[in-house]
Design a binder for this molecule. Structure first.
Ligand SMILES: Nc1ncnc2c1ncn2[C@@H]1O[C@H](COP(=O)(O)OP(=O)(O)OP(=O)(O)O)[C@@H](O)[C@H]1O
Length: 267
């Protein structure tokens, strides 16, 4: 079976500094994948290459066999939704109006939103537990509320590929689990960056572990999250275990100056 997303030898250099170095991986359709790795490893840059915000120095990205940069803008907007880390200022826009913008790629000019589209938007608002925010102004919301609104807008877009940069960033533990569980149940291919290895392990089928722009692990969380690999990548002493409630692989961390020096030596 052909992969849904194919990244082939992707590199991005700035002033001869390789920020992404010859990365290759393939994602199956409707899989949920987290890119994990230390600060500055290149996680966001990979997403930006995939959704076309930066031009790679070399390599190719294909979605369903088609070179992603050759897909016409409107079709790309119908097929790819992005929730980036930079929450844009949609000042003086009500939450409901903002979420309805997700329908735009599916409307012809001057076409009105149909009853079933209104219903669809309302269902997504319910799913994300943001009904009480509908008539508030976006720029008056908390970071976590804004995050959930932007995820709702992306879902309204009904993409085939949903890209999210740290979707759990501003969320409390309840909503971290709610959002990742929801993303896990969607019928779309999801690619996101996540800092919390345990959340990624619990809710993602695949992990891409990145260090200094290079892929140091790719596969199921069980295979990628080994003690030595996590320790070497994050320069932090770790022990592996299992989450007794979910059976997912669980990473335990500690902070100890001596142990940290040991971890650094291994890098
Ligand atoms: N436009 C740019 N010009 C120069 N350097 C850049 C640019 N964008 C990113 N970088 C550098 O590329 C590296 C990777 O950045 P990126 O944001 O992809 O990392 P990240 O893994 O997402 O980090 P974090 O976990 O901190 O969000 C960093 O060292 C960053 O400073």
């Amino acid at each position: 079976m052909k992969p849904f997303l194919q990244v082939d030898n992707l590199s991005w250099h700035i002033h001869n500094r390789p920020l992404i170095n010859q990365l290759s991986f393939e994602l199956p359709e409707k899989s949920v994948t987290a890119i994990v790795g230390p600060n500055g490893a290149g996680k966001t840059s990979i997403l930006r290459c995939i959704y076309g915000a930066i031009k790679p120095s070399s390599g190719e990205i294909r979605m369903q066999g088609e070179n992603i940069i050759a897909i016409p803008r409107r079709r790309r907007a119908q097929q790819i939704a992005v929730v980036s880390q930079h929450i844009e200022h949609w000042s003086h826009m009500k939450v409901i109006e903002l979420i309805r913008l997700g329908l735009i790629p599916h409307l012809n000019s001057w076409q009105k939103i149909t009853c079933s589209q209104h219903q669809f938007v309302d269902n997504i608002i319910k799913k994300l537990d943001i009904e009480s925010l509908k008539n508030r102004y976006f720029d008056n919301l908390s970071g976590g509320e804004q995050q959930r609104v932007l995820i709702a807008k992306a879902l309204v877009q009904q993409p085939k590929l949903l890209i999210l940069d740290e979707p759990t960033n501003h969320l409390d533990v309840h909503y971290q689990h709610q959002i990742l569980s929801l993303l896990n149940q969607l019928d779309v291919t999801v690619l996101m960056t996540v800092h919390d290895l345990n959340l990624a392990s619990q809710y993602c089928e695949l992990l891409l572990l990145l260090k200094k722009g290079e892929l140091v692990g790719f596969g199921a969380p069980d295979q990628v999250l080994t003690q030595s690999r996590v320790q070497n990548t994050f320069a932090l002493p770790v022990k592996m275990g299992t989450n007794p409630m979910t059976d997912a692989k669980h990473v335990f961390y500690s902070w100890n100056e001596n142990a940290q020096q040991e971890a650094h030596k291994q890098c």
